[in-house]
Design a protein around this ligand. Structure first.
Ligand SMILES: [Zn+2]
Length: 268
């Protein structure tokens, strides 16, 4: 049976800060047990370009998303991870859940994850879209987590993307040196715990193989904010944990746009 993949995008996460905080026990455990790679993103270190690169396996120049407005983007010819997996094998089931509309909402800018209406109608592609920009990510992320845990338990999608933005929002509002950023990291860590437990249970009970993969699109300056090319803004990572299978044998070092093909290859 092919490995199932759940990629979690944690927007604006400074991993070192999370690991050192004592507030993110699941992140610490996953980093210690999984494959770890430090990634260096490209400027501008904004969410639109960053997630477009990670999810479509393209450089900023190739997808042409240079900001969060997406004007003139090439995403229609740069299919995302979920779509690529489906094009490789049309029995693939996919799931996306995100509170930042440009990732998943076809009525706004983007979206980075293609709508794929036929597969959606067939129940092969499920999308949960929420609006954290309007309702706040603390609330919306927990709805996303609940929906994602439900999807893992009930459907066990073959390839999933689940996105949390609470930490990024806290970074923008309060900077990353205070407790607000760490409080948000602690809440995201609880979401990761629930997702990890759901996958472990499913892998054990149904004898499935999963890869639980975590990444971020950029860091933050100390005072909050990103977009530039300082090391702290460019910093990202990939943690890949095999559940019901070995950890992935990925290089120690790779570029952000190479993650997609590593994930697709890991399915085989
Ligand atoms: Zn971001």
């Amino acid at each position: 049976m092919k490995t199932k993949i759940l990629l979690v995008g944690i927007d604006g996460l400074l991993l070192e800060k999370a690991l050192d905080s004592g507030r993110a026990p699941t992140l610490v455990a996953l980093k210690e047990s999984g494959h770890f790679t430090e990634l260096t993103m490209s400027a501008p270190t904004l969410s639109g370009p960053g997630w477009s690169t990670l999810l479509t396996g393209s450089t900023h120049a190739e997808h042409a998303v240079m900001d969060n407005w997406f004007s003139g983007h090439h995403l229609l010819i740069r299919p995302d991870l979920l779509s690529r997996a489906f094009y490789q094998d049309q029995s693939t089931t996919t799931f996306a859940a995100a509170g930042w509309p440009p990732l998943v909402d076809p009525t706004g800018v983007g979206p980075v994850i293609h709508e794929r209406r036929e597969q959606a109608r067939a129940g092969q592609h499920r999308v949960i879209s929420r609006d954290g920009e309007t309702y706040g990510y603390q609330k919306v992320d927990s709805e996303i987590a609940t929906a994602a845990v439900f999807a893992v338990e009930k459907y066990g999608p073959d390839v999933s993307f689940v996105y949390f933005c609470d930490a990024d929002e806290a970074g923008h509002s309060h900077g990353v040196l205070g407790n607000e950023y760490l409080d948000a990291i602690a809440r995201v860590d609880e979401h990761l715990t629930r997702l990890h437990q759901a996958i472990e249970l499913r892998a054990r009970n149904l004898d499935e193989a999963w890869l639980f993969v975590l990444t971020t699109d950029h860091g933050h300056r100390d005072e909050g904010g990103h977009g530039g090319d300082s090391p702290q803004e460019l910093a990202s990572f990939v943690i890949g944990v095999g559940i019901g299978r070995e950890n992935p044998e990925w290089p120690r070092d790779f570029a952000p746009e190479e993650l997609l093909s590593l994930l697709l290859d890991a399915r085989a």
